[in-house]
Design a protein. Structure first.
Length: 360
């Protein structure tokens, strides 16, 4: 290895070391109200003294916290006048920032704290952080039904992802007229709402299937969106049985939570619940064939093993198709998002795999 190559590797380690601190610094500028204060004076800007007065912070703290955003071009600083102005942040549309901030909140509340025990979680096959922080034995999704702060942080991010990905998903989703659709692990019910809204011409009905504890929130979501007549809730556990009587089963943002053995259990239960001609539609984060083209591998391994399940993680879309065939389905569609067409901040790359039960 040459000295240049060694320096490049050392620089990589430097970025790993600094990553958590850089993240915390930038997020705190939002949480402390510094960014909101600067929005009040977009043209003239504000001095550290003025920002400190508006936010209740010490002047020295404001100056220190703004060094990194200035270095990175998120905020501009005029050394002569002492004024700070939004720079890079001002170029981001509010709708895009509304997608980014829930991710940052989730990273803080769900990931940073629990990842302290990532090594122990991988070794033990249990989410050790949940035990250490909340004295909870189980996975994150079970814990989120008991701890509102976890549900709020994760749910906000997940609703943001759902709202972004669903138009693409439903553009490629084909359902029969008047179809009865089951949304497995439907969480807050937003996925069922979006399915009804995107397929109004098909006059479908959608049942949200999730743990019984999610019913109240899901029903409220249906009422808020005016689709209570088209959406319903069924409580249960996909590993025990899948409700029957549906034409299409959607499995969105769920299979990636599990290792191969459990994915097979889910798909097999879905197969047994469907009649001949019944369809399963899977929307799932996937890894591209060339992992250097995506940020998914930066996020998901540590997220699943250290924060949520202590198992799972996305697979390549071809792998999910093979697993679906192994569980009896005839695969009818396999596709993945075009990374080049996605927003630059987006982490997950999603794939769609569709299958049909062709045998009785």
């Amino acid at each position: 290895m040459t000295e240049i190559q060694q320096d490049a590797v050392l620089a990589q380690f430097r970025e790993y070391i600094l990553g958590p601190l850089r993240f915390a610094n930038v997020l705190s500028c939002f949480e402390l109200g510094i960014v909101d204060a600067l929005r009040q004076e977009p043209a003239s800007g504000m001095t550290a003294e003025r920002i400190a007065k508006d936010t209740g912070l010490r002047v020295g703290a404001v100056e220190q916290m703004l060094l990194l955003p200035v270095k990175d071009g998120l905020i501009d600083h005029d050394a002569e006048s002492g004024a700070y102005r939004l720079s890079g942040i001002a170029q981001v549309q509010e709708s895009d920032l509304a997608r980014v901030l829930p991710w940052m909140d989730m990273m803080k509340e769900v990931c940073l704290r629990q990842l302290y025990w990532l090594t122990e979680s991988v070794r033990s096959g249990k989410v050790v952080g949940l035990k250490e922080l909340y004295d909870f034995d189980g996975n994150f999704y079970e814990a989120s039904t008991h701890y509102p702060q976890l549900q709020k942080a994760w749910g906000g991010m997940m609703d943001s992802v759902t709202g972004f990905i669903d138009p693409w998903f439903h553009e490629h989703l084909e359902v029969p007229q008047n179809a009865k659709v089951l949304d497995i692990a439907g969480n807050t019910g937003l996925g069922a709402v979006l399915a009804v809204e995107h397929k109004r011409d098909k006059d479908i009905s959608v049942a949200c299937f999730d743990f019984a504890e999610k019913e109240t929130e899901a029903l409220e979501t249906f009422r808020e969106h005016g689709v209570a007549d088209r959406c319903s809730f069924i409580g249960g556990d996909v590993f025990e049985a899948v409700p029957t009587g549906f034409d299409v089963v959607m499995i969105k943002h769920f299979l990636d939570m599990f290792d191969k053995e459990n994915v097979y259990r889910i798909l097999t239960n879905v197969y047994e619940a469907l009649g001949v001609g019944g369809q399963v539609v899977v929307l799932v984060p996937v890894y591209p064939e060339d992992i250097t083209r995506s940020s998914s591998v930066d996020f998901f391994p540590a997220y699943f093993y250290g924060c949520t399940m202590a198992e799972g993680g996305p697979q390549k879309v071809s792998t999910y198709a093979k697993w679906m065939e192994d569980c009896g389905f005839e695969v009818t569609k396999v596709m993945a998002q075009d990374i080049a067409a996605m927003p630059a901040d987006m982490i997950p790359v999603h794939g769609i795999v569709c299958g049909t039960r062709t045998q009785s």
